[in-house]
Design a protein around this ligand. Structure first.
Ligand code: MRU
Length: 354
């Protein structure tokens, strides 16, 4: 199959990642919402760079992109050396796995594809690896749709909800995790109002979540991250719904910086807190949040706003891209395998073994 774009349905018309005419096609998320442009990639190193530079971002979308990038590498390495490509591709896989440190879906996808490669493929590896990448892609969308229904069922009809970062079609194979719950919940009239944190400093909420919801015709109200606590105080939201970059074995959750403070504020105001993520985001090999590596990004992302310097020369910045929300602040973790309420190590393990 030379091209592949998974099927779109109601409230689901955006695909961040596609395979088109033998190339990896990505929406360039660095320039949204001002410009809607695609980047076409033919090789693995440029795909790894696209992940590092956040052309594509969001844990599941990074995983899907990585799976297609492995297909590109296999095509190149097989052409160079039909007898030795399984060896020469290993360094490419290592490079790809290092593109970003926190989202475990990246490592998950790379190791899955490495397993297929190491189990032995005879002849041209592209058809087999492409089929695997497409399977990862469609299964991610199916998982998101299912989680959308599971998560929406927890929400009282007519509720307001708050979300942080972008966890939608742009951040996944399609449909979204937390934003998938928003899509399903809005369609089922369980969600009446959607509030989105702008998500400083990269503005995933303002630039991406608001754009995505406007495209789908779902009304959205943006707020500065610092307004979220006051929103809760006013009783405007019943749930905070977020995604995850990695969930440790005990339920501690790494997600976009600011998630932790939102969870603390939610507990104080008796607002419920839901994490929505596929099981490819659950890392049972990391016992708790202390073991999750947190990416620190460039100071320039904080010192500037929209490319304009907003701080004095000489000031420094601290820019952790993620934080850890302890399991005790989470009311429900929703995966495609089911809902874990008040997560603990035992409950997480039981869910993963289903
Ligand atoms: O730095 P980003 O934009 O890749 O961070 C994304 C997030 O933190 C998302 O909430 C997470 O990856 C889940 S996306 C479904």
């Amino acid at each position: 199959m030379t091209s592949f774009k998974p099927k779109e349905t109601a409230y689901d018309h955006i695909r961040a990642v596609e395979w088109e005419n033998g190339r990896l096609k990505l929406i360039d998320q660095r320039i949204l919402p001002g410009k809607f442009e695609h980047l076409y990639l033919d090789h693995l190193p440029e795909s790894a760079k696209a992940i590092t530079d956040m052309v594509v971002r969001g844990a599941p979308a990074i995983g899907v992109t990585a799976a297609y990038a492995v297909v590109l590498a296999a095509r190149d390495r097989y052409k160079e050396s039909p007898g030795g490509w399984q060896k020469t591709i290993q360094a490419d896989l290592n490079l790809l796995a290092e593109a970003r440190p926190t989202a475990v879906n990246l490592r998950w996808a790379v190791e899955y594809m490495r397993g297929i490669i190491n189990s032995g493929i005879s002849g041209d590896p592209v058809p087999r690896l492409l089929a695997e990448a497409q399977r990862i892609h469609v299964e991610d969308i199916a998982a998101n749709r299912h989680m959308g229904e599971l998560g929406a069922a927890l929400i009282e009809p007519g509720s307001g909800v708050l979300t942080h970062c972008n966890t939608g079609a742009l951040a996944t194979g399609g449909y979204g995790t937390a934003l998938g719950v928003v899509r399903s919940g809005y369609a089922a009239k369980r969600i009446k109002e959607v509030y989105a944190d702008e998500t400083r400093p990269w503005l995933q909420g303002a630039r991406l979540t608001a754009w995505e919801l406007v495209q789908e015709g779902i009304p959205v109200t943006l707020l500065a991250d610092s307004a979220a606590t006051y929103l809760m105080k006013q009783g405007k939201v019943k749930w905070v719904i977020v995604g995850a970059d990695r969930i440790a074995a005990n339920g501690d959750t790494a997600n976009k910086i600011g998630t932790y403070m939102t969870a603390v504020a939610a507990r104080y105001h008796k607002v419920k807190f839901m994490v929505v993520a596929p099981t490819s985001t659950v890392d049972l090999s990391t016992p708790d949040g202390n073991g999750i590596p947190i990416e620190t990004r460039a100071e320039s992302e904080v010192l500037n706003y929209g490319g304009t310097r907003t701080s004095p020369e000489g000031a420094k910045a601290w820019n952790p891209a993620f934080d850890i929300t302890p399991a005790e602040l989470i009311d429900a973790i929703v995966t495609e395998k089911g809902v874990v309420t008040n997560p603990t190590r035992d409950k997480m393990l039981a869910m993963m073994q289903k």
